[in-house]
Design a protein around this ligand. Structure first.
Ligand SMILES: Cc1cc2nc3c(=O)[nH]c(=O)nc-3n(C[C@H](O)[C@H](O)[C@H](O)COP(=O)(O)O)c2cc1C
Ligand code: SF4
Ligand code: SF4
Length: 438
């Protein structure tokens, strides 16, 4: 039987799959027994760690901000089908208040087995290193095994106030992703927290920090004493306007189109970018994968790119808690089938294949496309795009490949709806390299 245990930042976890930090929908329940019980239930399903929702340093809920989130499901037609959720709310409504959050940490630590880590997700006071240090220290005192600095929440950054204060070089109190994307302010904050806490501290990245800036940022975070990087949090976006209603927003019950956050499958490539880049360029910091992991296979992909643990987020909103069980069972079966005895056997094994483009051996003259006439329905899709090597029109019964022009790029194979195209190894001339001699 495969062994799912994993060591993460010095802590022995019973499995590498956990649940991401999730603020609840109703602010009245934030940090309440119901929410704590929900996290305990995740543990009953077999996760190796749970996160608190983001805990802030304030005690009172803002009186002028009623509870509330809005979600919107965005889908595209075939063949794109890039589905995801958009979410909008005013962040200060939903942060877990300090004492409720600390009580939640205490209760979780008292109840959960030792090999299920309690990760405190903290959203501190803007750019104030001391305030952050005190807040995170309180979470440690309450029993948190690991501190995760949430410097990446998109929601506080989606305000007009954030835009104006940022352009003036200042950050508002709950700065969210603005803090995470401002290295000169972030790094002293991280240093203050790592110096005040004795449990491992990690930083949850915002996808607003792109490649290659993320590499320098992570190097700085590591030097500031952080033990791990998690992320990504959700990117900021704007929902599609309703093209049949004069461009209004499509959100339930309102016309406005708020600046919002994008969740789900589309986040995964931002996560993989970060995992790949960090594993390659800052290999000695530990990684937790979160963002767009909505199928069991995604967990293994992220781990092969260097994540030691993985977190489920909007996948759970879509599929429910059954996704935890599905992922754990799949992981065990997969490891048995592949002959991996422990997760260490495959963590990071994909990293050695990640290369900057100038180091790739493209082998374009070694492969050529072929079509299986039994599967091809002559839909014409592959002959009706930018490839000049394929034609349907000349021969309505068959797709014809002109081997002089094929560069073995794989486009036709990627877009064929019938899986009728294969790439076969065959030396052939490539335009621009050897056509003149063909
Ligand atoms: C309802 C909801 C609440 C969230 N609350 C938090 C939070 O309190 N702290 C945090 O760091 N991230 C929070 N997130 C972000 C998720 O942890 C995760 O980073 C994000 O959903 C991207 O992952 P996904 O693409 O798998 O959804 C929240 C996400 C959702 C959907
Ligand atoms: S896309 Fe596939 S099914 Fe359609 S014509 Fe090309 S090979 Fe045939
Ligand atoms: S592999 Fe690329 S170049 Fe060759 S036929 Fe397909 S799309 Fe055209």
């Amino acid at each position: 039987m495969a062994e799912l245990k994993v060591k993460f930042v010095g802590k022995d976890l019973r499995s590498p799959i956990g649940v991401a930090s999730h603020a609840v929908l109703n602010q009245g329940l934030s940090g309440a027994k119901e929410e704590t019980d929900q996290l305990k239930m995740y543990a009953d399903y077999g996760v190796g760690f749970v996160h608190t929702p983001f805990i802030c340093s304030e005690e009172e809920h803002p009186k002028d901000a009623p509870p509330g989130w809005k979600f919107q499901h965005v889908r595209s037609r075939e063949p794109f089908r890039m589905e995801g959720l958009l979410v909008a709310t005013e962040a200060r409504r939903i942060m877990c208040r300090l004492n409720a959050g600390l009580a939640m940490i205490e209760s979780l630590r008292e109840t959960l087995p030792d090999d299920v880590a309690v990760i405190a997700n903290m959203i501190g006071p803007g750019a104030d290193p001391q305030g952050w240090a005190e807040l995170c220290h309180m979470a440690e005192d309450a029993g948190a095994d690991i501190i995760e600095m949430n410097v990446s929440c998109p929601l506080p950054a989606a305000t007009a106030k954030a835009v104006s204060s940022y352009s003036e070089g200042e950050l508002s109190d709950a700065a969210g992703s603005l803090l995470g994307d401002s290295p000169q302010i972030l790094l002293p904050v991280v240093k203050a927290v790592t110096e005040s806490c004795s449990v491992p501290v990690g930083v949850k990245l915002t996808p607003e920090t792109g490649f290659p800036r993320v590499v320098g940022l992570v190097e700085g975070i590591k030097n500031a004493g952080a033990a791990f990087i998690s992320g990504i949090n959700a990117p900021i976006t704007v929902g599609p306007p309703d093209i049949y209603k004069g461009g209004k927003g499509k959100w339930v019950g309102m016309q406005e189109n708020p600046i919002c956050a994008a969740l789900g499958p589309w986040d995964r490539y931002l996560l993989y970018r970060n995992l790949g880049a960090i594993s390659l360029f800052v290999p000695d910091i530990k990684l937790a994968g979160i963002g767009g992991l909505v199928e069991p296979e995604h967990i293994i992909e992220a781990m092969m790119l260097g994540a030691r643990v993985c977190e489920l987020s909007s996948g759970l909103l879509w599929k429910g808690t059954g996704l935890i069980k599905e992922c754990l069972e799949f992981l065990g079966d997969y490891m048995d089938r592949q002959g991996y005895q422990k997760v260490e056997d495959f963590i990071g094994i994909g990293v050695k294949y990640i290369k900057p483009v100038e180091e790739i051996d493209w082998r374009q003259e070694d492969f050529i496309a072929t079509v299986d006439d039994r599967l091809c329905t002559r839909c014409g899709r592959c002959a009706n795009n930018i490839c000049l090597a394929r034609t349907l029109a000349e021969n309505p019964l068959r797709i014809v490949i002109d081997s002089r022009y094929c560069i073995g790029c794989g486009l036709c194979q990627s877009i064929c709806p019938e899986n009728a195209v294969s790439m076969v190894e065959q030396k052939h001339p490539v335009v621009g390299i050897s056509l003149d001699n063909a």
